[in-house]
Design a protein around this ligand. Sequence first.
Ligand code: ZN
Length: 69
Amino acid sequence: MPPEFLRMIVVHELAHLKESEHNKAFYQLCLHMEPDYHQLEFDLRAYLCYLDVDGVPLWSAAMPSDESL
Ligand SMILES: [Zn+2]
């Protein structure tokens, strides 16, 4: 998984420490920590959709135990 995705996930979780909802304040926190947050979230969603359709991870270290699905 690209480090950008991991950073986006960490930023998302950190923002949840302050805001439990996905509200405006939550996204402002995300953008404060990661100015490209919206782009990264879009890219991650696109990648997850790709996984749903094709089921083949683009990166070998993507998700553990995907082969059993
Ligand atoms: Zn969340």
